[in-house]
Unconditional design. Structure first.
Length: 117
């Protein structure tokens, strides 16, 4: 049986887990000081790049993405940043919904599942 590898382990959650060649990321939320959706989206996508790299994967290997927006009217601006980030020919399956996020300053949270390289 394969062992589960956990990355960025904290008391409440791990930033990522890897099992049988699949990377499961926790919900990535903005860590920088950006307050607008474009800046927060760029921040989150950079975190995803870093987490995937640490787990032996990258954005071309994403199997599924879930995007939670505090305000669904931000979808157009979020998509501008997303579209510039996604590798051509590798747009993953994606769901985008409006949700109440844990911190009112957050405009976006993204959950990713990816295959290891």
């Amino acid at each position: 049986m394969s062992a589960i590898q956990r990355h960025g382990v904290g008391a409440r959650l791990s930033e990522a887990a890897v099992f049988n060649g699949v990377v499961y990321l926790a919900g990535m939320v903005p860590e920088g000081g950006a307050s607008d959706i474009r800046g927060q989206t760029a921040d989150v996508l950079a975190q995803i790049d870093a987490q995937l790299a640490a787990c032996g994967s990258d954005k071309t290997r994403i199997l599924r993405t879930q995007i939670f927006l505090a305000d669904i009217t931000d979808i157009g601006a979020m998509n501008e940043v997303w579209d510039a980030w996604v590798a051509p020919g590798h747009a993953p399956p994606r769901a985008t919904v409006q949700a109440a996020l844990a911190d009112p300053a957050w405009r976006i949270e993204v959950v990713v599942t990816a295959a290891q390289a």
